[in-house]
Design a protein around this ligand. Sequence first.
Ligand code: HEM
Length: 460
Amino acid sequence: MFRRPLDFLNSLPARGDLVEIRLGPQRAWMVCHPELVHRMLRDTHTFDKGGPQYERLRALMGNGVVTCPHAEHRRQRRLLQPTFRPAAVAARTDLMAEEAESLCRDWRSGQQVDVSAATLSLTTRLISRLLLSDSLGPAAADEVRHCLTAIVRGLFVRTVVPVDVLFRLPTPANRRYRRAVERVRELIDAAIAERRRGTPRDDLLELLLAEAEDGAIPAGDREVHDQLVSLLLTGSESPSMCLASAFSLLAQHPEVERRLHAEVDTVLAGRLPGVDDLPRLVYTRSVLTETLRHSPPGWLFTRVTTRETELAGRRLPRGTTVLYSPYLLHHDPTSFPEPDRFLPERRLEGDAAAGPHGALIPFAAGNRKCIGDLFSMAEMTVALATVAARWRLRHPAGRIAPPRPGATLGPRSLTMICTARADAPGGTAPHAVTLAPGATTAAPGVEKARRGGDNGVHHA
Ligand code: HEM
C-alpha cells in the first residue's frame, strides 16, 4: 500500500468485496464492491468521517465541513451550500474564462510550461476569489500553493503509515509539513483580520462573519477559520490535479485531442467560453469525466465505524477503520472494460459503456458528496476549452510523468511544451517533442517547490 498503492488496490477486488489490509500496525478493511461502498456512503451515522486520514486532516482543517462528524454536518453543509449552487457557479463563468485565458496568454510556441504550477495557480485563484474575493493577495495565494505541496505529500504517508511517533521526529520532511500547516493557518487568519478592517464584500467570508456575529455559528471565529482552510485546500488541489492529468492524457491520445479541438473550434469559434457554451461542450466534459475515472484526484478515503455493524456478512466492531477508493472502483474491469485505456467515448456511447450505476464516483456519493462538484466541472470545462482552443501541449521527449499517489492522485511537477495551434493549423503534433535549446519554463518558482525534494510517496 505504501510503495505501490495503485497496483495494490487493483489486486484487491479478486480477494473479495471486503478485504482486510494493514496500515502500518493497524488493521483496516477496504470496501471493494460499488454497492457496499454506496451503502457505507449513505450510512454516515455508522460510517463517520474518521480513521487515519481524517484524524490527520483535523489537525489541519479543525472541525470544518470536510472533517466534522456526522452530528455537526447538516448545519455546516446548509450554511455553505448556497455558495456552490448552480446559479452561483454560473455567475462565475466569465471570471473562470478570463482567468484561464490570462493563464496561457504569455505562453510562446516551443516554451516549456510548468503545467502543474499553472493549473494550481488557476484553481487556487478561482476558489480564493469565491471564498475571500481579493482578501488573499497574490503573494499570500502563492504561499498557500507552496504549503499545499508539502501538505499533500505529508498527508498520504500519515494515512497509510499511521504511527504518530514517526511524525513527531524532527526530520526535514516532518518540519516542512508542520511549518506548511502553521503557515496556511496564519495566512487565513491574516485574511480574516484584513477583512474586519476593510470593506465588506459579496463572498463566503462575509457570510460566515455575519453568521458568527449573530451567534448562528456555535464555535464563532474558530469555525470561520476552519471552513476557509478546509474549502481553500480541497477546492484548489483536486481540480488542479484533474486538469494536469487531462493535459497529460490528451498529449498521449492525439485522436482524442483532435476531436476536442474540433468541438471547441465549432462551439467557441475563437470566443472565450460563456455560461451558454457549457452545455454544448459535450466532448470537453467527456474528456474530463473520463480523466476523473482514469485518474481520480480523490482516490483513497477513510471512515471509522461509530457503532458495531455488519458489512458483506462480516461483523465490524465500533472504532474499525474502513476505506474506500474511487480509483479501485474505476479500474475494476467488471465495471469498466480495459480500465487503463483513456476513452472519453465511454461517456458518449450510452449507459452500458459508461459503467454500471454507482461505479463512477469521482466526487463520492451520499450526503458527504463533494460540495464543489458543479464548481469544479465548470472551472475545468472552461479551462480545458480555453487552453485547447489556443494551444497544443506535448511531453518533452522521454518524460511522461506517471500519476503520483499522494493525498491526491495526479502528475506532480508536470512540465510540457506548448505550440500555438495557429502555428500548426490542422497539423498532427507528435506525442512528445524535443525541447528547443534555451527554452524557458513558465512559473519556475512553483515548479521548484513542487520538485523540492520528493514526489509524494517515497520521501514524504
Ligand atoms: C476535480 C475536482 C474535485 C474532486 C475530484 C473532488 C472529490 C471529492 C471527494 C471524492 C469527496 C468525498 C471525500 C470522502 O468521501 O471522504 C469530496 C468532498 C469534498 N469536497 Fe471535493 N472534489 C473536487 C473539487 C472540490 C472543490 C472545487 C471544492 C470547493 C471548495 C471541494 C470541496 C469539498 C468539500 C467541502 C468536501 C466535503 C463535503 C462534505 O463532507 O460535506 N471539492 N471531494
